[in-house]
Design a protein around this ligand. Sequence first.
Ligand code: CTP
Ligand code: CA
Length: 224
Amino acid sequence: ASDFFAPQPFENVNLLLTAGPTREAIDPVRYISNHSSGKMGFALAQAASEMGAKVTLVSGPVNLSTPLGVTRIDVDSAAEMHAAVMQHVNHQDIFIGCAAVADYRIANIATRKLKKSSSDTMTLDLVKNPDILASVANLTPKPFTVGFAAETQDVVHYAKDKLMRKKLDMIAANDVSQPELGFNADNNALCVIWDDGQQMLPTTDKYTLAKQLLSLIADKRLNE
Ligand code: CTP
Ligand code: CA
């Protein structure tokens, strides 16, 4: 109730975001995935909803409950995440790609459980997944499009390259080489970069960081 008169920077704003890992099936019982917990994406969904946005959250497999007021769509693979995003992207004002999307999927998913062979090695053939973030950024009209960049070295350099290459409005770079930050951690630190500026958001919990990033997005979107 104390928040009743709090400013609502995202009143009448539709916000779509992706969160969590994807799972790329190998056979009916195995998959390739990553250590994303979904915590950053879910914190963004909660904070955006509290700031007045109508939030649609496309989530990979995670162990988190849906924030109040958020519409959640569960997916497994990158292909499913891509399809769900494309289905819901119309009329969105902001898109945030927070998911750790698998860059590759298995070329031919086995319909039966693979058996061990006599060979000591085995090879899986992989094909590239669609880039969901770049697909959204290529739409006309496009929502204000924000990416994440998980890097283990030259964080700002690689993030700037992704900002340009994917034609993003903003990118939040994340040093995942520090085990206490980023993937599967409760805290994070971000370097947020846009076409003519950047700002450090120092280490804090993901909910506080989410609110800070969303405030930056609210500012820059109106100054476009
Ligand atoms: N992303 C996406 N679809 C993919 C791959 C990545 O939407 N198929 C998005 C992520 O959600 C993130 C951003 O792209 O917002 C950057 O992801 P990242 O893995 O850091 O960059 P990549 O472009 O995949 O490059 P690389 O993994 O080689 O660093
Ligand atoms: Ca990647």
